[in-house]
Design a protein around this ligand. Structure first.
Ligand SMILES: Nc1nc2c(ncn2[C@@H]2O[C@H](COP(=O)(O)OP(=O)(O)O)[C@@H](O)[C@H]2O)c(=O)[nH]1
Ligand SMILES: [Mg+2]
Length: 205
């Protein structure tokens, strides 16, 4: 498990969940403005943290690559109170990933009872493949809209990490959060001080 990012205790957590190969890393890359990579390497099982700075509002993107990991670790349960938003990604061409989404929704529903502000955004990804070949679609948009409307604070988007369809709409959801804008340099200074303190105390032992 990799947890290299900590700009003072991982502010404003954003979870990205979903089956392997649905485009979670590609989604993260779009949010942080990295180009789409057709040959992206599958991430190993674990939680991958990445900083997102949107107009000096800082988010901690946490890509969870495997749902057993998600179920078996206490990380999600410990975090649940301060998660802002969970994105569940599935592929519009992959039935298993869509079934997986429904299981994840159930797990979340059982865990989030106390976090009434938590938002859930389900993303049907790889819309470009459907545009090319509509018969590959495994679930209709109106069915998903309907499904999402029956879940508290839940929305559904069809996106493409390849063509950026609806990616700006997703970024706007994050930009609208009323969270303080911070000075990145100052935060990094503080973080370094924290690290120095820790290193110092270690060398005394
Ligand atoms: N056509 C298409 N391919 C995509 C899209 N998003 C991701 N991919 C491809 O799907 C594969 C898996 O993507 P990745 O981001 O590694 O998925 P992850 O395992 O969920 O992190 C890669 O080959 C990506 O290039 C998309 O919107 N359209
Ligand atoms: Mg990945």
């Amino acid at each position: 498990m990799r947890t290299e990012y900590n700009i003072i205790n991982e502010p404003n957590k954003v979870y990205i969940l979903g089956s392997k190969g649905v485009g979670k890393s590609s989604f993260v890359n779009q949010l942080v403005n990295k180009p789409f990579d057709e040959k992206i390497k599958s991430t190993e099982i674990g939680i991958y943290n990445q900083k997102l700075n949107l107009e000096n509002k800082f988010f901690t993107l946490k890509e969870v690559t495997d749902d057993d990991e998600f179920k078996n670790t206490s990380i999600f349960k410990n975090d649940i109170e301060d998660i802002l938003i969970i994105f569940i990604i599935f592929s519009l061409t992959n039935k298993d990933s869509y079934e997986h989404t429904k299981r994840l929704i159930e797990i979340i529903a059982q865990s989030v009872i106390d976090n009434t502000n938590l938002e859930i955004v389900i993303c049907g990804n790889k819309k470009d493949l459907i545009d090319k070949n509509p018969s590959n679609r495994i679930v209709e948009k109106n069915e998903m809209d309907n499904y999402a409307s029956n879940i508290r604070n839940c929305k559904y988007f069809e996106i493409s990490c390849k063509t950026r369809e609806n990616i700006d709409e997703i970024i706007n959801i994050l930009k609208e959060y009323e969270i303080p804008q911070l000075d990145e340099d100052k935060l990094e200074e503080e973080e370094n001080k924290e690290k120095e303190k820790k290193d110092g105390s270690c060398s005394l032992i």
